[in-house]
Design a protein around this ligand. Structure first.
Ligand code: GUN
Ligand code: ZN
Length: 437
């Protein structure tokens, strides 16, 4: 944190509640002040709202950073991403299981080196900040040094990040495979060193059912039971080949989800990536425990996994978060994730409004990840993590958004046409972390 106090003038977009699925946001869910001001101090938001209303309270003589014509939103949140897969994004032509064996596992072997892990952590955070993402729930590799490197890099920048060491004690190359209890001890060491330190949190990370024995899943569940402040991340029902394999490996289990339930892995801080091939009964079981599904549309399209049924989850009251799932995903940008989510929705007859999309990337993801007491809104006391978006970042965007008649239309154009060029600045912990050159 810094001691300086700053004022930024721009249009502000911050949600107080889910806007619903209608074309216009539900009353009380959002009120964007067109001429807003954000006052940040000591890494936190001191005040935010309409400029004319707040002006009398603002400290005189404080420099105003003038972003009028631009839009400030809370920093984007990515609920599921693999930093160790940055360099294998867009590897051609396989569905999940072959893609893991041919590209992913060989790549993750490189993270035995602390030097490599340090370099890739920095590169990954640079890329995230460039697209406006200030918080993510991150898979590292099996190597504890890959986690030390990632948390150390995040801490240096003052970022709020969740991450964990991948747990795998079977069906992976030797250099990635844990000794069952060794992997658990490594996780406990990392929790002691990093969980709750500054803005960091530990997420227990069994990769998915096929690469863990029942003993490893049970031991993971025991850690989670002992400390409910921990998070848990894994994969669930992404691909039909994976479903067949899980059925073969756990013949006594009633379905895929039951493998995780039996070890106590399904709770309010658990994120299950994908969840494409589920029935309503499984969705109800997830909802009852307060877990969330990470919808990873660019990954689902790239790996040919299937079309996520967002509506079915929402009907069950099951939390849905938005995620890039890089390196299965093809873009780190939250805007690109929303664009892909909109396209998947179109194919399912469930188009995504821009209100839903921007709520999802900010407050929606923060709530589902139990982080909304710190991030996800532009409100007093919240950490000062935010993005300055430029609706006229390129000549084409300027032409398009000049034609928008409402704020909702502008938001939708940004969601479909925006990319890293639309991110003028990214701030986190009250620090300017990226400025588009
Ligand atoms: N399932 C198990 N591991 C992975 C992974 O690394 N990426 C994706 N998309 N699915 C997985
Ligand atoms: Zn994943």
């Amino acid at each position: 944190t810094t001691n300086d106090s700053r004022l930024l003038r721009a249009e502000l977009l911050s949600f107080d509640a889910d806007p619903g699925d209608e074309d216009t946001p539900a009353p009380g869910s959002v009120t964007p002040p067109p001429d807003g001001v954000l006052w940040i101090e000591n890494g936190r938001i001191r005040a935010s709202g309409d400029y004319a209303t707040l002006a009398p309270e603002l400290p005189p003589g404080l420099e105003v950073i003038d972003h009028r014509g631009k839009l400030i939103t809370p920093g984007f949140i990515d609920s599921h991403v693999h930093y160790v897969q940055l360099e294998i994004m867009a590897s051609y032509g396989r569905q999940l299981l072959d893609w893991l064996n041919d590209y992913t596992f060989p790549e993750e072997l490189r993270f035995a080196s602390r030097e490599h892990a340090d370099a890739l952590s920095e590169a990954f955070l640079d890329e995230m900040l460039k697209v406006g993402t200030t918080t993510a729930q991150v898979f590292c590799s099996s190597h504890p040094v890959s986690v030390d490197a990632f948390f150390a890099a995040s801490q240096r920048r003052g970022l709020c990040m969740l991450a964990g060491k991948v747990l795998m004690d079977r069906h992976a190359p030797e250099g990635l495979t844990d000794d069952t209890l060794g992997g658990i001890r490594d996780s406990e060491r990392l929790i002691g060193d990093w969980h709750g330190k500054g803005r960091l949190g530990y997420s227990l990370t069994p990769r998915f059912a096929p690469t863990s024995t029942r003993a490893q899943l049970d031991a993971t569940g025991a850690i989670l039971r002992n400390d409910p402040s921990l998070w848990l991340q894994t994969h669930l029902a992404e691909n039909t080949g994976e479903l067949d394999w899980v059925a073969e490996l756990f013949p006594g289990s009633r379905d895929y989800l039951a493998v995780y339930e039996a070890s106590g892995l399904v709770g309010p801080r658990s994120t299950f990536a994908h969840g494409i091939h589920l029935d309503q009964e499984m969705r109800a079981r997830l909802a009852e425990r307060g877990a969330n599904l990470a919808f990873c549309p660019s990954s689902n399209l790239f790996l040919g996994s299937g079309l996520f049924d967002r509506q079915a989850a929402r009907e069950m009251g099951l939390g849905v978060t938005f995620a890039s799932d890089v390196g299965g995903g093809t873009d780190l940008s939250g805007l690109a994730t929303l664009k892909a989510a909109y396209q998947v929705g179109q194919l399912r007859g469930q188009p995504l409004t821009a209100w839903q999309g921007f709520h999802g990337l900010t407050l929606g993801n923060a709530r589902a990840l139990s982080l909304s007491d710190r991030i996800g809104r532009l409100a007093p006391g919240m950490d000062a993590d935010f993005v300055v978006l430029d609706p006229a970042a390129t000549p084409l965007l300027a032409r398009r958004t000049a034609r928008c008649r409402t704020f909702g239309e502008t938001l939708f154009a940004l969601m479909m046409l925006g990319d890293d060029r639309s991110v003028a600045e990214t701030w986190a912990g009250g620090r300017l972390q990226h400025r588009r050159s």
